[in-house]
Write a protein that binds this ligand. Structure first.
Ligand SMILES: [Zn+2]
Length: 293
């Protein structure tokens, strides 16, 4: 069975061997037990060096056919056009540069790059045996990622969808006003509640704190609003929720809000599901996508 390698840059640098939509050996940088390292502080050259070293190590166990790299931001035609949450990779011709490095290490395979949330969507499709159906995924982390499978043209930066006209809503990592990420993003929540961590906000809401309750409502409304926009543009369907802050989501609240926002009969029938182990799914999806495209 042919093997490919999936790569992911999300808090850590990950690389994993994928065979038949199953994840085998995985490399993580920094390795567990090593001091934490902020990827934002890692120069581009070092990022590429770590990734190619991981791939070379994994390929030592048997031949590989392709590499797919999932990266945050707008990734098109092998180039990172923009990446608000990993700024130094903006402009990186990642597919070409990684391919050249691997070639000099004796591995001559096609390399493709895609948005990291698109990689999760492809991973869900591959592991749920639904490669022919539309899968959309929200990734709730420092930023808000939006992934779609199958891949289509366009930008699909739905994490930056405008969900409020309030000009005071300016906490988004990209600097834009009224964005979904400016309400839901981890970084944005810390900026809004300078005296509380996001975990504490949701605990306070459970204990009836008025300010926290109001925010929890806004947080769910924002996600329902952005999803509603996706439904009105791209049709109803499955929306998966992944990432560290998926634990804050109340699916019942979200379902009710979406029903209030989407009322036309042909657009009914969407549903939400929370997925765990999104890193594994992203590695699988990046590898599978590198074989599809
Ligand atoms: Zn934004």
């Amino acid at each position: 069975m042919p093997r490919s390698i999936g790569v992911l840059a999300s808090r850590y640098l990950w690389a994993g061997v994928v065979e038949n939509a199953r994840l085998g050996a995985v490399r993580i940088f920094p390795e567990p037990g090593e001091p934490h390292l902020d990827l934002k502080a890692l120069p581009i050259d070092e990022i590429l060096a770590v990734i190619s070293r991981q791939i070379v190590e994994l390929a030592a166990d048997g031949p590989i056919e392709s590499v797919g790299a999932g990266l945050p931001g707008i990734v098109r035609c092998g180039v990172v056009e923009e990446s608000p949450n990993l700024g130094q990779i903006k402009g990186l011709h990642v597919a070409d540069e990684l391919r050249a490095r691997l070639k000099s290490d004796g591995i001559d395979v096609p390399v493709m790059a895609l948005n990291d949330a698109d990689a999760i969507a492809a991973g869900i499709a591959a592991t749920h045996d639904t490669l022919d159906r539309t899968v959309r995924v929200w990734y709730l982390g420092d930023g808000i990622g939006f992934g779609r499978h199958p891949h289509t043209g366009g930008v699909w930066e739905a994490g930056h969808a405008v969900v409020t006209l309030d000009p005071r809503e300016r906490f988004c990592g990209c600097g834009g006003v009224g964005h979904l990420e400016g309400i839901m993003g981890h970084r944005a929540m810390r900026l809004r509640f300078l005296d509380m961590e996001p975990e504490e906000i949701f605990v306070a809401a459970r204990h009836g704190d008025a300010r926290a309750l109001e925010f929890r409502d806004l947080w769910h409304r924002a996600l329902a609003a952005a999803t509603s926009t996706c439904v009105h543009l791209d049709g109803p369907g499955r929306f998966y929720i992944a990432g560290p802050n998926a634990e804050f989501v109340d699916l019942n609240v979200l379902d009710d809000l979406l029903h209030e926002m989407v009322t036309m009969t042909p657009l009914q029938g969407s549903y939400f599901e929370i997925v765990q182990t999104s890193h594994d799914l992203a590695l699988i999806g990046a590898a599978v996508a590198s074989r599809l495209r």
